[in-house]
Design a protein around this ligand. Structure first.
Ligand code: XLS
Ligand code: NI
Ligand code: NI
Length: 441
């Protein structure tokens, strides 16, 4: 078969001293870190929409990149070419997973029956290619935000007819996910939110969203989907206010509607910072609730107020991410989906390769460094010591739930005045992290 990315080689690990831009400096798939190979910690996934579809369009300008792959855009021939391109790309980068929205795969027709037939057709070809190349589906999803019918949301729409179209797309995307052996299904609430409460019944809309999720779970389980459903929180964009604002909000919602056994959270780095949190905060909230499912591995620009979806390069952030992931015992069905695009002026095939090399190396470094921080032990033992007043005496009584308010009050009165708590030692800890990050390997 003709190569699409001709001239671009299979990328291999050459180590940090290599000056070859088309090589990994840190991602060494088989290197053992914390007891298992890097590639098992880091199930990297390619996002079909950014990599195979997005061509640089923004609010002010049209495409700068050519993603036609030698065919005519908007045709089934193009859909097939995207499959060829995707598998060649994944093979060359050593990326084993991918993620898709239904309409990333085929051109959407006005009639949903036609679109669904196209999806069935392309899924046969994708399944063949997966088998042939040993690739897997991380998660599937339905695009319930681009088509004008979703102007007022999907699960949250005011139109019962549109609600049925959302259901139809979810059903089909679940069929495809199961057919392709995916272990995840994502709900990102693209337009599930509102612009103004003057026209919005928030409670009604949230009940409808929960109902749609319940129907999806029931259907998914009935056709043999045994993976995880995910909510991917995001606070705003495209809507002014989105219901799945952040991990804490989404978890509360899932528990309120009894969906927490079937759902976990897919944390996207850029969405975390849009919500005014660090990436790490969102990971921790999900993890401490037993709901850390998967990760959309990108990075935002803190100077900008929207989802810039950059490839991750901030190693401090990837290190803290991997620290959270290691502490949580890894991602079970999840992985690291590069929900990221090259900058608009980075418009060549070669740039797509550099972008993945950057992202994969950043996470590999993060993994190496997080495992060193854990092995070093100073940070963890500091945290443990910081709470040691709860290990015995009155503290132990508080933790075991045996103390009454009166007892605690009597204790305080007897003491008269407590010692000021021990120092938080933030700067000491930051300096430990820096010394581990920047020591020579
Ligand atoms: C958009 C979201 C989207 C989801 C999948 O901001 O990140 O790409 O990951 O629908
Ligand atoms: Ni995302
Ligand atoms: Ni996003």
């Amino acid at each position: 078969m003709n190569e699409i990315f001709s001239g671009l080689p299979k990328i291999s690990y050459e180590g940090p001293d290599s000056k070859n831009p088309l090589s990994f400096k840190f991602y060494d798939a088989d290197r053992i870190i914390s007891g298992k190979p890097m590639k098992e910690h880091l199930h990297f996934a390619m996002a079909w929409w950014h990599n195979m579809c997005a061509a640089g369009t923004d609010m002010f300008g049209t495409v700068t990149a050519d993603k036609s792959f030698g065919s005519v855009l908007g045709t089934m021939e193009h859909a097939y070419k995207k499959v060829d391109a995707a598998f060649e790309f994944m093979n060359k980068l050593g990326v084993d997973y991918f993620c898709f929205h239904d309409v990333d795969l085929v051109p959407e027709d006005e009639d949903i029956k036609v679109t669904n037939r196209r999806l069935d057709e392309i899924s046969v070809y994708i399944a063949e290619k997966m088998k042939e190349n040993g690739k897997k589906l991380l998660w599937g999803t339905a695009n319930l935000f681009s088509n004008p019918r979703y102007m007022n949301g999907a699960g949250s729409t005011n139109s019962a007819d549109v609600y049925c179209f959302a259901a139809a797309q979810i059903k089909k995307a679940l069929d495809l996910t199961v057919r392709l052996g995916g272990k995840g299904y994502v709900f990102w609430g693209g337009r599930e939110g509102y612009e103004t409460l003057l026209n919005t019944d928030m409670k009604f809309e949230q009940e409808n969203i929960a109902n749609l999720m319940r129907l999806a779970v029931d259907y998914g389980r009935s056709i043999g989907f045994d993976g995880d459903f995910y909510i991917e929180p995001k606070p705003k964009e495209p809507m002014k206010h989105q219901y799945d604002f952040d991990a804490a909000t989404a978890i509360g919602f899932l528990r309120q509607y009894g969906l927490d056994k079937d759902f976990k959270i897919n944390i996207e780095a850029n969405h975390a910072t849009l919500a005014g949190h660090t990436f790490r905060h969102e990971l921790r909230v999900a993890a401490m609730n037993g709901m850390l499912g998967s990760i959309d591995a990108n990075q935002g620009d803190l100077l900008l107020g929207w989802d810039t979806d950059e490839f991750p390069y901030n190693v401090y952030e990837t290190t803290m991410c991997m620290y959270e992931v290691l502490k949580a015992g890894g991602l079970k069905n999840g992985g690291f989906n590069f929900d990221a695009k090259t900058r608009r002026p980075s418009n060549t095939y070669e740039d797509m390769f550099y972008a993945y090399i950057l992202g994969m190396d950043s996470f590999a470094l993060g993994l190496i460094k997080a495992s060193e921080i854990i092995e070093d032990g100073r940070v963890d033992s500091f945290i443990k010591e910081r709470y040691e007043s709860y290990e015995s005496g009155i503290g132990e009584k508080i933790r075991s739930g045996k103390a009454t308010l009166k007892e605690l009050s009597d204790y305080a009165e007897k003491l008269g005045k407590p010692d000021i708590p021990s120092s938080g030692r933030q700067e000491y800890l930051q300096s430990i992290v820096n010394s581990i990050l920047f020591e020579k390997n």
